[in-house]
Design a protein around this ligand. Structure first.
Ligand code: NAD
Length: 248
């Protein structure tokens, strides 16, 4: 698989799955816009890519903010000379708890970043891709986009929304040479995951039929496949990467 000559934007690429995805795509020859709300995170990923002989540029942006996203897309198009591929990865979780006790601010923040953020990025990316007549996009959903994540009402709802948005965009642009897919990771060992208590992480690993958490690199490989021409007849799917968890 080669992305030589292609330009890709990865959001939330300063850590975890986004960083692994940016590194993997760069290793396959893509020029990468590494975007994150964290300047330090984005620059760290770019340094790693440049150190490995790849090409990348850091752009700080908040995916929940429309003006910030519009500026991000403009700067991406400027650096890449267009926008062939995009990975809408930026997202957050929240601490588990009953719905009736969830602070409204937590709901708004999760919906703002995970769902509104995906919508804002998708909307801006599609404008460029419709004009160019081609494109391939992967949205970061979750297995929580396909089934309930216990005690995580906002996250479950937001990720179900990402799956809906992916299907809508896939069918709207299916005859315009633009594919839109989602990946649905199960429990992946990332810095985001490390913020949960060790005991909780152990419990989650035990629930997985393969008996371990996934790695960011395993998600990155699935993202690359869906972005690539090897997946030329695939659009609108949510690809599970969960060690069998969904069917346990
Ligand atoms: P992470 O916390 O390790 O990294 C997320 C990155 O997104 C960070 O660099 C953070 O700074 C950035 N970010 C946060 N808010 C942002 C904003 N408003 N604008 C731009 N960037 C922002 O998280 P991760 O575990 O790598 O998760 C990445 C994506 O994968 C998320 O959408 C998450 O919901 C999804 N996911 C993760 C898992 C998992 O088990 N880790 C499972 C399923 C889905």
């Amino acid at each position: 698989m080669s992305f030589e000559g292609s330009g890709v934007l990865v959001t939330g690429a300063g850590a975890g799955i986004g960083r692994a995805t940016a590194l993997h795509l760069a290793s396959l020859g893509a020029r990468v816009v590494v975007s994150d709300i964290s300047d330090e995170g984005a620059k760290g990923t770019v340094e790693e890519i440049l150190g490995a002989g790849g090409q990348a540029s850091a752009v700080v942006a908040d995916v929940a903010d429309a003006a910030s996203v519009d500026e991000l897309i403009a700067r991406s198009v400027e650096y890449l000379g267009g926008l062939d591929l995009a990975v809408n990865n930026a997202g957050i979780g929240h601490h588990p708890g009953d719905l009736h006790e969830m602070p409204i601010e937590v709901w708004d923040q999760v919906m703002g970043i995970d769902l509104r953020g995906t919508f804002l990025c998708l909307r801006a990316e599609l404008k460029v891709m419709v004009e160019a007549g081609h494109g391939s996009i992967v949205n970061m959903a979750s297995n929580a986009g396909l089934k309930n994540a216990p005690d995580m009402a906002a996250y479950t709802t937001a990720k179900h929304g990402v799956i809906g948005l992916t299907k809508n965009a896939a069918l709207t642009y299916a005859r315009r040479n633009i594919r839109v897919n989602a990946v649905c990771p199960g429990t992946i060992a990332t810095p985001g995951m490390a913020s949960f208590p060790a005991e909780t992480q152990r419990e989650w690993a035990n629930l997985i039929p393969m008996g371990r958490l996934g790695t960011p690199e395993e998600v990155a490989q699935a993202v690359a496949y869906l972005l690539s021409d090897q997946a030329a007849f695939i659009t609108g799917i949510g690809l599970l990467i969960d060690g069998g968890l969904m069917y346990a």
